[in-house]
Design a protein around this ligand. Structure first.
Ligand code: M6R
Length: 615
């Protein structure tokens, strides 16, 4: 995790780096720091806290002049978040300064060696070890910074995206990547470095995304030289034209990114199926599926690997694939799968789901599956991300940037892509009739407007949030397609409001969680008309007889649940497999309003980061 930014060119580096760090705060926000070269020396300032704290401190502390600089926003891995452990870190001589996103796994052994050679350390970080290792190599081999970085990184085990410069050669920044993302923006006689393209989008649309095990030497007034870390060989980098625009990464009048992203869902879902869902022609066109249809049709099973909300989308996919395409599906936590010695064969298709495309565990699960010969298909949001590149084929969700740490539009657009895939395979396998297929397409096309209608419950959801905001626990129940939605609702609440919440399949309640129910327990029950409705109504009765407070998510016009529940929130009617796209909306709003009412930092909840690039 952590966000890194750098600049070398003709402008003042400070405002670019500070603004860039603010855009990257979704990656980590427990401390921040910056190092600028002001023409004679390095000016460095760092602090525990957010980029805004750094800004306040820095403008009183150091001069902010200079056309070269690097900055960092941290999510602590080695060492508690404090001023000393914050990045950038100096080498012992004070000549080199580094920022790092990732983990150096063998840092302890390297540190012991360096201590033997007389190096001292101020922080508890692996990063300070790395900068001193580079310095040690540079001195011993009497070599330039770029070569020293290359030699040093060959001794390192772990993951990194780094940027380092030498105050004695203040016209170059050396960057390198393995496992953590790093983009280089190519401007007009200026270069930008960042964990993603958002810090430099208003300056240039041209970017190089470094591949794993690549490094680049970025010199003022020169071209970027990309090399392989392993053998120093020169690489011809691919300069990509970015599609992102500034408006997409700003709040656009909303108080929080999360709320903006909740409200963006009708459009995001539409963007996901645009050009892919052709209801007039009764067609679904997904290049990644068409090109690999044989593999999907020959698959013994589909294994989904993902984490967090993306894992919940995978659970929804399990229902859709099995129901429509009759393909057995197993949904795995990537973190468990990668270490379990799982049985995988060449006849398995693995679908990896990830908003960021950078989640370390998902990436490792993909590599494992590939090494066993499975075909791996990615469902990612971030274009050009590590997972998008690592998979054999894939389909983007096209949700646009998701900045709030709590996933919202990523979830619904993942479900949309997975539904398209399931329908396409169902048609190819003949497990769905042409009229059913057409009906599904038509229904899916109506979903954006229905999501819009579901969003109209916002005012009433706020009223409910106000009533239950002080509850200590919440239970979320759903069945079938809506069981994963119950899990997702509970995750949303706990991650942004810090209220304990559990999601359960409604019928499992009587096997344990029912003991928790009393008059203080709010229970959110998804009870839409399609899918086990009567059974869920019985579950509601069980809760009511134990005095639990019931918040029902029901199909518009429902009367039965209204009679039993304390509150009902209506969503429009749709076919069963599409209900998660609607029932999830009030749950997102409920978590959001409770968190806001409790004064929590909705977009940057404590201890979390948007992109989890550590295992
Ligand atoms: O980027 P990914 O989809 O791979 O991220 C996976 C999880 O870290 C993510 O969904 C996380 O659970 C979110 N904070 C949930 O809102």
């Amino acid at each position: 995790m952590c966000g890194i930014v750098g600049y070398i060119g003709h402008r003042e580096a400070y405002p670019i780096i500070i603004k860039g760090l603010q855009r990257l705060e979704y990656r980590g926000y427990d401390s921040a720091g910056i190092a600028l070269y002001d023409g004679t020396d390095i000016k460095l300032s760092k602090t525990k806290g957010k980029v805004s704290d750094l800004k306040e401190r820095l403008e009183n502390e150091i001069s902010t002049n200079g056309t070269l600089g690097i900055g960092h926003t941290r999510w602590a891995t080695h060492g508690v978040p404090n001023d000393i452990n914050s990045h950038p870190h100096y080498s012992n001589s004070g000549d080199l300064v580094i920022i790092h996103n990732g983990i150096i796994e063998n840092y302890d052994a390297l540190k012991k060696e360096l201590i033997k050679r007389g190096y001292t350390f101020k922080s508890d970080t692996d990063t300070e070890v790395l900068v001193n290792l580079i310095e040690d190599v540079k001195k011993n081999e009497n070599t330039k910074l770029g070569k020293a970085v290359q030699i040093a990184l060959n001794q390192v085990v772990g993951a990194y995206a780094i940027a380092v410069f030498d105050k004695k050669k203040p016209n170059e920044i050396v960057v390198a990547k393995l496992g953590s993302p790093l983009a280089i923006g190519i401007g007009d006689d200026e270069f930008f470095i960042a964990s993603d393209a958002t810090p430099f989008i208003e300056f240039t649309k041209n970017a190089i995304y470094l591949e794993d095990e690549q490094m680049a030497i970025i010199r003022r007034h020169k071209e970027v030289k990309v090399r392989k870390i392993k053998n120093d060989a020169l690489v011809d980098p691919y300069v990509q034209e970015l599609q992102l625009n500034l408006e997409q990464i700003e709040k656009g009048g909303y108080e929080h990114f999360m709320l903006k992203e909740i409200y963006e869902q009708p459009q995001a879902i539409r963007d996901t199926f645009r050009g892919r869902l052709l209801s007039n022609e009764a067609l679904i066109k997904l290049a990644g599926i068409e090109d690999n249809m044989k593999k999907f049709l020959a698959a013994d099973r589909i294994i989904v690997v993902a984490c967090g909300t993306s894992w919940h989308a995978g659970l929804v996919a399990e229902y859709i694939f099995e129901d429509l395409a009759r393909i057995p599906v197993e949904v795995e936590y990537a973190s468990e799968f990668r270490y379990r010695n799982p049985v995988i064969t060449e006849k398995d298709v693995v679908i990896a789901i990830s908003q960021s495309g950078e989640t370390a565990d998902t990436l490792a699960a993909i590599k494992l599956a590939k090494s066993k010969g499975a075909f791996v298909f990615g469902v990612c949001n971030v274009v050009g991300s590590s997972i998008a590149r690592e998979t054999d084929a894939g389909a983007y969700t096209h949700a646009g940037p998701e900045i709030g740490v709590a996933s919202t539009k990523a979830f619904t657009t993942q479900i949309t892509v997975l539904t398209l895939i399931a329908l396409r395979l169902a048609r190819a396998k003949g497990t769905i009739s042409s009229s059913e297929f057409r009906h599904h397409l038509i229904e899916l096309e109506t979903i954006p407007n229905k999501v819009k209608e579901a969003l109209e419950s916002d005012g009433y959801v706020q009223t409910i949030a106000d009533i239950y905001k002080d509850a200590k626990n919440f239970l979320y129940l759903g069945r079938g397609y809506n069981f994963p939605v119950a899990l997702e609702g509970a995750l949303k609440l706990k991650e942004i409001s810090y209220i304990h919440a559990e999601g359960y399949p409604a019928a499992e309640m009587k096997h344990g969680p029912i003991a928790l129910i009393d008059e203080h327990m709010p229970v959110v029950v998804i009870a839409t008309k399609k899918g086990h409705y009567e059974k869920v109504v019985s579950n509601i009765q069980e809760i009511k007889s134990r005095k639990g407070k019931i918040i029902g998510i029901v199909t518009k016009g429902d009367e039965s649940v209204k009679e039993l529940a304390d509150h009902v929130i209506e969503v429009p009617e749709t076919i069963e497999c599409l209900t998660p796209l609607l029932t999830t909306i009030p749950l997102q709003l409920l978590s959001y309003h409770i968190a806001v009412m409790l004064g929590k930092n909705v977009d940057q909840p404590r201890n979390l980061a948007k992109s989890v690039t550590v295992e």
